[in-house]
Design a protein. Structure first.
Length: 141
């Protein structure tokens, strides 16, 4: 009987003009992390093509990445949906990582930017992208 009267105490206090009952509020923060897995492709045959580098963009759209290919010098070439090939030059002190099983990217705001984002291997290592270079194909004569 005493227990049930204590439960009604806040309602009785509200009727007689006492302080309102305490209300507990909680805050819930939802954050979303997007991690892209980019497959590595290997050419089945070598075309007689020479690649030269030109100045590239600072950022590339993550939705435009179709696949990646490993460059001979330890950098990563992104093959884009619009048929461009953009080389990600990795930082100098980056050890050569095993990207043969694929790589992971964590885009910020839907873009991959040089100086901000990293390329992560599936075995756990990561390298900062130093800059992007646009690759232009020239047939070998």
């Amino acid at each position: 009987m005493i227990f049930s009267a204590l439960q009604l105490l806040p309602a009785l206090m509200a009727l007689i003009g006492g302080p309102p009952p305490t209300v507990r509020m909680r805050q819930l923060a939802i954050s979303e992390t997007v991690i892209m897995r980019v497959p590595i492709i290997r050419p089945r045959f070598a075309w007689p093509i020479e690649w030269t580098e030109k100045r590239g963009p600072r950022c590339i759209a993550s939705a435009g990445i179709l696949a990646a290919a490993l460059a001979d010098d330890g950098n990563v070439d992104f093959l884009m949906r619009d048929r461009r090939r953009i080389r990600a030059r990795l930082e100098n002190r980056c050890p050569s990582l095993d990207f043969y099983g694929g790589l992971y990217l964590q885009p910020g705001g839907g873009e991959i930017c040089a100086g901000r984002d990293e390329v992560r291997s599936r075995i756990g290592g990561s390298c900062l992208i130093d800059k992007f270079r646009l690759m232009v194909a020239h047939p070998v004569k």
